[in-house]
Design a protein around this ligand. Structure first.
Ligand SMILES: NC(=O)c1ccc[n+]([C@@H]2O[C@H](COP(=O)([O-])OP(=O)(O)OC[C@H]3O[C@@H](n4cnc5c(N)ncnc54)[C@H](O)[C@@H]3O)[C@@H](O)[C@H]2O)c1
Length: 413
């Protein structure tokens, strides 16, 4: 089975490309990226012959169908164009990175095109493929907690992750990326739509960029951390604390920040000192407009309600969820390998005939709690035409409903 990739960056190569390449019988047959370096590195890694390496998307799409499946892992603003071009070129199985678009008409158009032309598109809402969220879904569906009433969901991005991606990095402004609810929280709307099992009726949202602004810069701070800033040691967001400390949770961001795989301390310093490197800037002096907090209230057509709060301000990157039903509740924190399930009125939990109210998660797994691997396996099955429970697939029609919640919420603010 052949798979092609357009956008040979972090997701395309390090995640989906590498996972698929490790599955027996799967070959990466063609790659397109506008960066010569990325194209060469990825082609070498996946043994892609020169005639199947493309620096131009025009040449790539004009070459017709080059594989059984196409992975679209270019940046946010290119997804709509690359996906419509892929459908026109004749691809029938597409793995498309999220978000599809922040214009709901474009997402609808891709959904309609896919339907009319018999194209299967899986959108990379990877959390749906994780055991953690799959268990919550099964518990709700089995009605162990009675009829679903409401969900309270929290996405804690982590102050370091937020500074890297949404203040200094690729998702810092709407012009080049998408509003935060699309760029980051679209995964959570997919989960809420899945759990509620109903289309959105109303959604309202409030939020803004509050902290990462010039007026909050500490006195005497410089434009770039390594230009002699007196707060280099004390500022939680300084490049010293985020990129030089080997215990920093941002090890995965070092390639973005330096352009080098596993950079030494000296290579980090040289890269971040360069004036044109956006990752070397003071977090209070960037060209960012991404909200650092936003809360959304949702009413679904079936009467279920949900609230969601996403913020930059947490030590760790994790999500918390509280699902309530007429007979019980589920409490989860996805950094833990269990859920708490309380069935009302029960002194000893009869859940699954165990004495505890803890439900163990089969395996948390690496890469979005195992979701990265899960979606790759689903994509392979989709290409092979094997049966998969549609309830566990993030097809474009399903994504359209999640994106509609965001569109409704954004309209209200
Ligand atoms: N599903 C998830 O959990 C998840 C997690 C992180 C990122 N993402 C999404 O994945 C996408 C890619 O993110 P990334 O971190 O891999 O970014 P990246 O910048 O590492 O990779 C994007 C690649 O696209 C290439 N590119 C740019 N223009 C192109 C064009 N016209 N034709 C071909 N290639 C082009 C770039 O050179 C780059 O190599 C983004 O949309 C992001 O929002 C999803």
């Amino acid at each position: 089975m052949d798979v092609a990739i357009i956008g040979a960056g972090s997701r395309g190569v390090n995640v989906y490309g590498s996972i698929l390449y490790s599955i027996p019988g799967v070959k990466i047959s063609a790659i397109c990226d506008i960066s010569q370096t990325k194209l060469e590195e990825a082609s070498k890694l996946f043994k892609v012959p020169p005639k199947m390496q493309f620096l131009s998307e025009d040449e790539f799409f004009e070459a017709g169908v080059l594989a059984d499946g196409l992975i679209i892992t270019s940046q946010d603003r290119l997804h709509y164009r690359h996906c419509t071009r892929a459908i026109d070129a004749g691809y029938k199985k597409i793995l498309l990175e999220k978000p599809v678009s922040d214009d709901i008409n474009e997402t609808q158009e891709i959904n309609d095109l896919a339907k009319n032309k018999g194209v299967d598109i899986l959108v990379c809402h990877v959390l749906r493929y994780s055991a953690f969220y799959g268990t919550i879904h099964e518990l709700i569906k089995s009605k162990k907690i009675g009829e679903l009433i409401a969900i309270n969901h929290e996405e804690n991005i982590g102050y370091w992750h937020f500074a890297h991606s949404y203040v200094r990095g690729n998702w810092r402004n709407i012009k080049d990326s998408h509003p935060l609810l699309y760029a980051k929280t679209c995964h959570d709307f997919d989960l809420l739509f899945w759990f509620a099992n109903s289309k959105v009726k109303n959604a309202k949202s409030y939020g803004s960029l509050t902290y990462f602004k010039p007026q909050n810069a500490p006195a005497g701070s410089t434009e770039r951390c390594l230009d002699g800033c007196p707060h280099l040691d004390s500022c939680a967001y300084s490049v010293k604390n985020l990129y030089f400390d080997n215990k920093s949770p941002l090890s995965w961001g070092l390639y973005h920040a330096t352009g080098i795989n596993h950079p030494s301390q000296a290579e980090r310093y040289n890269a971040l000192k360069k004036n044109d490197n956006p990752y070397g800037r003071c977090v209070f002096k960037c060209d960012n407009d991404a909200d650092d907090h936003r809360s959304v209230a949702i009413e679904f057509e079936n009467g279920t309600t949900a609230t969601l709060t996403v913020t930059a301000y947490s030590k760790d990157c994790h999500r918390r969820i509280h699902v309530v039903g007429t007979h019980g509740e589920i409490l989860g924190d996805d950094s833990k390998n269990y859920l708490i399930v309380n069935i009302f009125g029960e002194k000893k939990s009869s859940l699954f005939k165990r004495k505890t109210n803890k439900v163990k998660i089969r395996a948390l797994g690496a890469g979005h709690l195992g979701g990265d691997l899960g979606i790759c396996r689903a994509f392979v099955k989709l290409i092979k035409g094997q049966h998969i429970d549609p309830d566990y697939l993030t097809t474009i029609d399903v994504t359209l409903e999640g994106h509609k919640i965001i569109a409704r919420a954004m309209e209200s603010d």
